[in-house]
Design a protein. Structure first.
Length: 233
């Protein structure tokens, strides 16, 4: 029979187990960031590619919303608990989930509304409320990303910058459209550029940054110990 494990052997075993856990954490975090970044790029690329090809695909908006929800869910929770860009803090996780599933919920809701049952005077305020909620959720989520000690410092505030750029571009297009309503086709072209090109470029920037960061500098296992979701008692 073997005797009890000595103290040095026990310490070595614990160090080995800790090292294995760190390696697994890094691999899962790398997978989470690469997967999330790839999904963001797909969200931005898909409508642009189909628009360039002049192809109308039924249900494309629903599919794009599902990709967006999947991307933000991966960034919120990571893979097997590793890779959460908000360190799984409750506020950050909640904001990412709200921002992720709000467009999908809105698209599904409008699918069940009978055609002609909602007047423009009702539909426009509902859409504006959804946009305000979306912006608030994204701002909250990206601020939490910047404050969490997970993403490399040089990239922590990139998502917030991307959200601000898209919001300013969209607001600018709205202001121009209201001030110069006689532009006609030019206004339509402006809206198309703002609603497709600018968000797509922002998604590309954040998605590529996530992939590169995941490949080069995944978060350490101790970054996940800041706080978990739900919070420990």
């Amino acid at each position: 029979m073997t005797g009890p494990i000595s103290a040095p052997q026990g310490a070595e075993a614990r160090r080995g187990a800790s090292g294995n856990a760190s390696v697994r954490f890094a691999k899962d975090a790398r997978l989470a960031w690469i997967l999330g970044g790839s999904l963001l790029i797909a969200v931005g690329l898909l409508p642009m590619a189909l628009q360039a090809a002049s192809v109308l695909v039924p249900g494309l908006d629903l599919f794009g919303d599902a990709l967006w929800a999947a991307a933000l869910t991966v960034f919120a929770f990571g893979v097997r608990g590793a890779g959460s860009v908000v360190a799984r803090r409750p506020l950050g996780v909640t904001a990412l989930l709200v921002a992720g599933f709000l467009p999908l919920a809105g698209t599904l809701a409008w699918r069940f509304v009978p055609v002609g049952s909602v007047t423009p005077g009702t539909a426009i305020p509902i859409t504006q409320i959804q946009l305000v909620l979306m912006l608030a959720a994204l701002l909250t989520a990206t601020v939490q990303i910047g404050r969490a000690p997970v993403v490399p410092p040089r990239l922590r505030w990139l998502p917030l910058i991307a959200v601000i750029v898209v919001a300013v571009a969209f607001a600018g297009a709205q202001i121009i459209a209201m001030q110069v309503p006689t532009l006609g086709q030019q206004v339509l072209s402006l809206f198309v550029a703002v609603t497709t090109l600018v968000p797509a470029l922002a998604l590309f920037a954040v998605g590529i940054a996530a992939i590169v960061a995941g490949a080069q500098q995944p978060p350490r296992a101790d970054a996940a110990t800041v706080q978990v979701y739900p919070p420990a008692s």
